[in-house]
Design a protein around this ligand. Structure first.
Ligand SMILES: [Zn+2]
Ligand SMILES: [Zn+2]
Length: 371
């Protein structure tokens, strides 16, 4: 096997990615080297690239990206099975986590790995072991403690690629927010996470799923993924009218669970207003540190409403997400999530084309790099 991998290295917002050769690490007994077959451009990657999620890019650059799938290139000497105990061998197609709960903090001690504050390290350069820190490369190094799951043959790489970020994230988020049979769910933002959340909410038994966005093509896709009602915020420019519309669709009550998958905090107060008394607002989209909003806390107090933040998920979600895709593969058009593909060397074009902020029309749901 080659001793070097090809990676796209990021040097900061406004600067082009540069292709580089990076050493393939010696695989530790509990590690797994993955040959990446799809590396998607996720909304959070766009935040880093755009520069609205400030991060310190190390000298020597940063290999990022996290939504991906691949095949086992090399197994550590102690790894004989996947994380469900099923035999695993080189060449098997897999889905896997990309974050590493530390096992030595208050959250980990209380068996809440998704809340571990140390599970994602600060960006480090490709010179630092294990070199292959992200998806935008032809190999990824799954460290000891990472979880890996075999993928059913019936699911294509294109369909599996969003599992370890977008799909697992929304599945866990709706689970934590407590969506139950018969609930009404509002989804703000019909990007990759939003449309998949519509399908997950329906599968969890939601009676009414409402999706808001400002791009008609995205709302059409949300309907294909189970949305009962869609609302174009550009066509209904007054917030008061939008809230009224959501109340009409929910017999005057408001939704049980509302979710931010937009990623800009301006939408949050409106979503909280659309939530029923006693309901929950799920905050996933706004990862950008420093982004602020003005909020009237009495709305939460008098409405007995909760805000639940979720970053990443517990690893048990991945096999459930794969089962969900198998079960619904004829019900929802999963092949429409990944809409565009680019070779890794065209990563700059792929990011430019994926940018949706400030555009009226946008045809890319998810772009994948095919290293
Ligand atoms: Zn992501
Ligand atoms: Zn921890």
């Amino acid at each position: 096997m080659a001793s070097m991998a090809t990676a796209a290295v990021f040097f900061g917002p406004g600067k082009p990615f540069e292709m580089a050769q990076v050493p393939i690490p010696e695989v530790e007994p509990e590690g797994v080297l993955i040959r990446v077959t799809r590396a998607n451009i996720c909304g959070s990657d766009l935040h880093f690239w755009r520069g609205d999620a400030p991060i310190k890019v190390p000298e020597g650059g940063w290999i990022f990206g996290h939504e991906m799938t691949g095949t086992v290139a090399r197994l550590g000497s102690q790894v004989k099975t996947d994380s469900l105990g099923r035999p695993l061998k080189e060449g098997d197609r897999v889905a896997y986590t990309y974050f590493y709960p530390c096992g030595r903090c208050h959250a980990c001690l209380h068996k809440e790995p998704a809340a571990c504050p140390n599970k994602i390290e600060r960006p480090v350069g490709p010179a630092v072991f294990p070199h292959l820190h992200g998806a935008f490369a032809d190999h990824y190094y799954l460290r000891p403690g990472g979880q890996v799951f075999k993928v059913p043959d019936a699911l294509s790489d294109d369909v599996v690629a969003p599992v370890n970020c977008a799909l697992a994230q929304v599945l866990y988020g709706l689970w934590v927010a407590g969506v139950r049979m018969g609930d009404r769910v509002l989804i703000q933002g019909a990007g990759g996470l939003g449309v998949q959340a519509a399908a997950v909410a329906k599968d969890m038994g939601a009676s009414t799923v409402i999706v808001t966005d400002q791009i008609p093509g995205r709302l059409e896709l949300a309907r294909a993924f189970g949305a009962d009602h869609t609302l174009n915020v550009k066509e209904v420019p007054e917030r008061r009218d939008r809230v009224k519309q959501v109340r009409q669709w929910t017999e005057g009550v408001g939704v049980d669970v509302a979710c931010d998958f937009v990623g800009f905090p301006a939408v949050i107060p409106e979503g909280i207003e659309m939530t029923r008394s006693g309901g929950t607002y799920l905050e996933i989209g706004t990862i950008s540190r420093g982004a602020k909003l003005e909020l009237e806390p009495s709305l939460l107090v008098w409405g007995s409403k909760k805000i639940q933040g979720v970053i990443q998920y517990d690893p048990w979600v991945i096999p459930r997400a794969l089962d969900f895709l198998m079960r619904t593969r004829t019900r929802f058009p999963w092949d429409r999530i990944l809409s565009h593909k680019y070779p890794l060397a065209q990563i700059n074009e792929a990011f430019a084309a994926s940018e949706w902020h400030g555009k009226d029309t946008h045809t890319i749901t998810r772009a994948a790099l095919t290293p």
